[in-house]
Write a protein that binds this ligand. Structure first.
Ligand code: ADE
Length: 243
């Protein structure tokens, strides 16, 4: 997969994208990330990327020309998602991560200041995404968040951890069940017996129940979106009675 990022802060990206699973995926050729400095596409001495809004008002707006020229230099194939990161975007979720990671290439445009000129937005962007209902100083951190979530879904990126994806919170539509590792007892706190039993069917059932319990208590609204089996509904009924 090819990932392009257009930003006025290109130096933000390598420290994050060269480590861990994302760094390994890049070295293995699973993902290649190109960071484009928006100021390379300016033509004035001060390398200006912003200007005051027509009509007045506070703040600055990103000028259209550098954005159009940066996109010209990337020349994405038709159908390539071009994502503008903005707090006005649709809230990003795991389904978006799955959808975007299935593309050969994706372009991210990191907004700054009070936003980008409307002509650039409507001509260049195929979608606008937000990573949550709060305002950051720019789209760089949101782009990093989304890139991380895409790369871990690419075949081969997670190595032996790939099969864990199905159990991830949000992949299955439920929050993930509690996890334990050695030692089996620590400071008087013990691991549930069932996890030490070797009975895989019983362990699966316990995990499903605990995933339902967590989702019920923390994110009740998620339960109305996913398809639940009769067994799930029975467990939910029992969990509701317990509480
Ligand atoms: N830019 C500033 N805040 C943002 C947010 N919450 N999501 C995406 N881009 C942003």
């Amino acid at each position: 997969m090819e990932i392009h990022v257009i930003t006025i802060f290109p130096e933000v990206f390598p420290p994050v994208l060269t480590v861990g699973i994302v760094g390994r995926a890049q070295r293995a050729g699973i993902a290649t990330i190109f960071v484009h400095d928006l100021r390379e596409h300016t033509h004035d001495r001060h390398r200006t990327v912003d200007d005051a809004p027509f009509g007045g008002g506070p703040g600055m707006v990103m000028r259209p020309e550098p954005l159009f020229e940066a996109m010209d230099s990337i020349a994405p194939a038709p159908g390539t998602p071009v994502v503008v990161l903005t707090p006005q975007g649709r809230p990003f979720n795991q389904r978006d991560a799955e959808r975007l990671s299935a593309h050969e290439s994706v372009v991210f445009i990191c907004g700054r200041y009070e936003g980008i000129d409307e002509r650039a937005r409507t001509s260049l962007a195929t979608e606008e995404l937000s990573i949550g209902d709060y305002v950051l100083t720019g789209g760089e951190l949101p782009a990093l968040v989304i890139i991380d979530s895409l790369i871990r879904l690419l075949p081969g990126a997670m190595g032996h951890g790939q099969e864990a994806i199905a159990d991830d919170s949000h992949t299955s539509g439920l929050l993930q069940y509690p996890q334990y590792t050695r030692p089996a007892e620590y400071r008087g706190k013990v691991v549930p017996d069932i996890l030490l039993s070797g009975d895989h069917a019983a362990i699966s059932k316990w995990r499903r129940r605990e995933a339902l319990r967590r989702t019920l208590t923390r994110r009740n609204e998620m339960l109305s979106v996913i398809e639940l089996s009769a067994a799930d509904n029975k467990m939910l009924e029992e969990l509701r009675e317990e509480s």
